[in-house]
Design a binder for this molecule. Structure first.
Ligand code: KG4
Ligand code: ZN
Length: 339
C-alpha cells in the first residue's frame, strides 16, 4: 500500500508519500514562520490562505520525488484535527477532492496520533505497549499507548504547554516567533546557576504539569535590568533547565507508575537537544529505553500523518465523502485498528 499525506493543522504546509514496504519515498514541507513573524504568533486567516497556495505544489513535488504517479496511490491521508479550523479545512478539502477524483479511500488523521507514531518511521521502531511524552506548541501529555489507536492520558499541563512556555519566554527575551529553537541555542552561552526558575508541580504526586508561572518568573528576572547578551543567555539557560527538568522528572515518575520499559518522546519540543540527552540518560538509569523521531519529524510534518494514515487504511478504515475537520478532537476518543 502506498499513501499520499497532507498536513496543514497550523503553520506548516506539508506533503509526503509513504510505501508500506519501501518506506518513506518523499516528504516536502513549507514553513510559514516568516509570514507570521511580524505578528508574534500564527494568524489563522493568513495560515489558511497560505496553505491554499502551497499545498498543491508540495503534493506535486512529493509525488515527483517519490517517482509515483497518481495511479500508483492506494489512499490519501490528511490531518483532520485538532488545529486551526481554516488551516485544517484547506488540507482536508484538497485531500478529499484528490481522493474523489482518483477514486481512492481517504482517511482523516488525528494530528497527535501522527506525532505519536512518528518514531515508527525510524529503523528501530518502539514496541507496543509503551509510554509516550508528547510535547508540542499546544500540548504537554503523558500517554499510555496500549496499541495504535488506544491512548490513555495519564497527565497533562493545567495551563501552558511546554512549547508555549519556550515560545513565551523567548518572546520576553526578544527572540522572534517561534522562539523555542532560538532560546535553546541562546541557552548554550548561558552560565549555570545564574538564575533558578520554579519547577511547579514537581514535588507534588501525580503526572500533571504547569508552565504558566515560568513567564512571570522570567519577567521578574528581567525587570529593571539592561538586556545584555549575557543576561539573555543566562535567563534562556535557566528557562530551558526548568522545563527540561520538569519533563524528565514527570516522565520518570510515569515510567515508574506504569512499569513500562519504553518511552516515546515526540512533538516539536522533542527536537530539544538537552531534553533528549537528559531523558535518555535518566531513562537508561531506570532501565527504560527512549525512542524519538528524527529531529525533522519532531516538529510538524506530513510523513507522520502518512504513517498514521497508512496504519488505518491498511486496517480497512476510511472516511466518507464529506469534507470534515475538527478544531477540537480528544485523543482518547480514537478507535483502535481492529474496531
Ligand atoms: O509539534 P510542533 O511543530 O507544532 C505543534 O503541533 O504545536 O511544535 C512546535 C513547538 C514550538 O513551541 C517550538 O518552539 C517548539 O515546538 N520547539 C522547540 C524546539 N524545536 C521546536 N522547543 C525547544 N527546543 C527546540 N529545539
Ligand atoms: Zn504538532
Amino acid at each position: 500500500m502506498r499513501v499520499l499525506a497532507i498536513e496543514s493543522s497550523c503553520d506548516e504546509s506539508a506533503a509526503a508519500v509513504l510505501d508500506a514496504r519501501a518506506g518513506l519515498l518523499a516528504h516536502e514541507l513549507f514553513s510559514q514562520a516568516e509570514l507570521h513573524r511580524a505578528y508574534g504568533g500564527v494568524v489563522p486567516e493568513l495560515a489558511s490562505r497560505d496553505h491554499v497556495r502551497r499545498l498543491l505544489p508540495l503534493v506535486r513535488r512529493a509525488l515527483e520525488r517519490a517517482g509515483t504517479g497518481p495511479g500508483e496511490l492506494h489512499g490519501i491521508a490528511y490531518t483532520a484535527g485538532p488545529g486551526l479550523i481554516g488551516a485544517l479545512l484547506s488540507g482536508a478539502a484538497l485531500a478529499r477532492s484528490l481522493a474523489y477524483a482518483l477514486r481512492l479511500p481517504a482517511i482523516g488523521v488525528h494530528h497527535l496520533e501522527g506525532h505519536l507514531l512518528a518514531p515508527l518511521l525510524e529503523p528501530e521502531a518502539p514496541p507496543f505497549p509503551h509510554l509516550a511524552l508528547l510535547v508540542s506548541g499546544g500540548h504537554t501529555l503523558l500517554i499510555e499507548v496500549a496499541a495504535i489507536g488506544s491512548y490513555r492520558v495519564l497527565g497533562a499541563s493545567r495551563d501552558d504547554a511546554a512549547g508555549e512556555a519556550f515560545d513565551k519566554s523567548a518572546k520576553l527575551l526578544g527572540l522572534p516567533y517561534p522562539g523555542g529553537p532560538q532560546l535553546a541555542q541562546l541557552a548554550e552561552q548561558g552560565r549555570a546557576g545564574a538564575f533558578s526558575f520554579p519547577r511547579p508541580m514537581i514535588d507534588r504526586p501525580g503526572l500533571e504539569f504547569s508552565f504558566s508561572g515560568l513567564k512571570t518568573a522570567v519577567r521578574h528576572a528581567l525587570h529593571g535590568r539592561e538586556l545584555t547578551a549575557q543576561l539573555r543567555a543566562d535567563v534562556a539557560r535557566a528557562v530551558q533547565e526548568a522545563i527540561v527538568e520538569t519533563l524528565v522528572a514527570k516522565s520518570l515518575r510515569a515510567l515508574e507508575y506504569t512499569a513500562r520499559g519504553a518511552l516515546v518522546v515526540s512533538g516539536g519540543v522533542s527536537a530539544n537537544r538537552l531534553l533528549r540527552e537528559r531523558l535518555s540518560a535518566a531513562a537508561g538509569r531506570a532501565g527504560a529505553r527512549v525512542y524519538y523521531p528524527r529531529v525533522e519529524f519532531s516538529t510538524d510534518n506530513a510523513a507522520m500523518i502518512a504513517m498514521a494514515g497508512l496504519k488505518r487504511l491498511e486496517a480497512g478504515q476510511h472516511d466518507g465523502l464529506a469534507i470534515q475537520a475538527r478544531a477540537q478532537w480528544p485523543l482518547e476518543s480514537l478507535r483502535g485498528l481492529a474496531a
